[in-house]
Design a protein around this ligand. Structure first.
Ligand code: 3PG
Ligand code: MG
Length: 427
């Protein structure tokens, strides 16, 4: 059983009798790919999202389901863009599953129906990018009917796309349910909802939240909600500079959102009122932006950060921009993290893609891994860039859970009902 936050408990794949049934499984195989310059071969850069669906697929194979996988890749906007084909994913999945994976270059229509009709128990079929049709994102009812044509049951394992009310994540579930078919969460979906939902509903304390990333506006709803739950909130990333601005400090050329100063102030006030420790960086790594003389694609001047240095003053010099948290902040934050029993981390502490500004993020990653291993803390990494940062630091396997969602994790942490979850059958 799965307890979906703010809703009825939902069915999971283990509640279904799938033997001999055609099960349409929505997965999030929106994986980063590059085309190799030398031979034009498409290489998948990060297979995490594929890997994480394997437990659900292994289970369905073992149970004798006829498995039809549906997914999107990129944003082809209703066009058949060959660079966004899922065919390379079918090959990769077959390798990883050690099981053949058939592929059809469409997701609806005769070819799909014919192949699906030939499936034997345990067979796996992957359909082509569902976003080759505009009707997918429009959640078109007739299109959802077409998708549902080949399915007896529906399983959604695409947590990363569950914040989208699209035909393959929402509409198709409604169609199948209306026909009396069951719609259930996959095992990855179940894990995501457990760690980002249930585990944070009643966290073991102290509960420490680390929030970074560029913008306060992206995170304000999450901050507001977590202020109800957390014992400590540690702020990093460029959004810290908007908080600095709210305190009346100079932020130099740092990225700030002046129109978010009021929300920043009220977050700090709410933290005080609720007795939540709310920490901002006490030092920063700053750099001076130097004009490269080049223009970007939009015709804007390109600046490069030069002369990285430590700034321990509350004000950032007029000519400088903040790019990372400093060593004193790392020490203060690490002390708080060390005592935590539950940790949620979303958003990097600085521009970690540039190694001159990576140390703050990597040091916090080490502190989180340390608290997990030495202190038995439950550490939950809320997806997107923080997962990338942890993997870059080589610490991905030393935390309790890393979400496969980006936007979906953020919306779920904000307390939003995800359409892809809401559409599943109640227990
Ligand atoms: C993601 O990668 O964030 C998900 O697969 C959803 O993709 P989207 O943001 O293009 O809807
Ligand atoms: Mg996205």
């Amino acid at each position: 059983m799965l307890c979906a936050l703010f809703g009825m408990p939902k069915l999971t794949v283990k509640d279904l009798n799938v033997r001999g049934k055609r099960v349409l499984v929505r997965v999030d195989y929106n994986v980063p790919m590059i085309e190799m310059a030398k031979d034009g071969q498409i290489v998948i850069n990060d297979v995490t999202r594929i890997k994480e669906t394997i437990p659900t697929l292994d289970y369905l194979i073992e149970q004798g389901a006829k498995i039809i996988l549906i997914a999107h890749l990129g944003r082809p906007k209703g066009q058949r863009d060959p660079t966004m084909s899922l065919r390379p994913v079918a090959n990769k999945l077959a390798d990883m599953l050690c099981h053949p994976v058939a592929f059809v270059d469409d997701c609806i229509g005769e070819k799909v129906e014919k192949t699906a009709g030939l499936l034997q128990p345990g067979d796996v079929l992957l359909l082509e990018n569902v976003r080759y049709y505009n009707e997918e994102e429009a959640n078109d009812a007739a299109f959802a009917e077409k998708l549902a044509k080949v399915a007896d049951l529906y399983v959604n394992d695409a947590f990363g796309a569950a914040h989208r009310a699209h035909a393959s994540t929402e509409g198709v579930a409604r169609v199948i349910a209306k026909r009396g078919g069951q719609c259930a969460a996959g095992l990855l979906m179940e894990r995501e909802l457990k760690f980002l939902g249930e585990e944070l509903e009643k966290p073991e304390r102290p509960f420490v939240v680390i929030l970074g990333g560029a913008k306060v506006s992206d995170k304000i709803k999450v901050i507001d909600r977590l202020l109800e739950k957390a014992d400590s909130i540690l702020i990093g990333g460029a959004m810290a500079y908007t908080f600095k601005l709210a305190q009346g400090h100079k932020t130099g050329k740092s990225l700030v959102e002046p129109d978010c100063v009021d929300v920043a102030k009220s977050a700090v006030q709410k933290a005080k009122a609720r007795n939540v420790q709310f920490l901002l960086p006490s030092d920063n790594i700053v750099a001076t932006l130097v004009d490269t003389g080049k223009l970007n694609k939009k015709g804007k001047q390109v600046f490069h950060p030069e002369n990285p240095r430590l700034n321990t003053q509350p004000d950032i010099p007029d000519d400088a921009e903040g790019f990372d948290i400093g060593p004193e902040t790392v020490r203060t934050y690490s002390d708080v993290i060390q005592k935590a029993k539950t940790i949620l981390w979303n958003g990097p502490m600085g521009m970690f893609e540039d190694k001159r500004f990576a140390e703050g993020t990597f040091a916090i990653a080490r502190a989180v891994a340390g608290a997990t291993e030495k202190n038995g803390a439950k550490s939950i990494i809320g997806g997107g860039d923080s997962v990338k940062a942890l993997n870059n630091a080589g610490l991905g396997d030393r935390v309790t859970f890393m979400s496969t969602g980006g936007g979906a994790s953020l919306e779920f942490l904000e307390g939003a009902v995800l359409p892809g979850v809401a559409a599943l059958s109640d227990k």
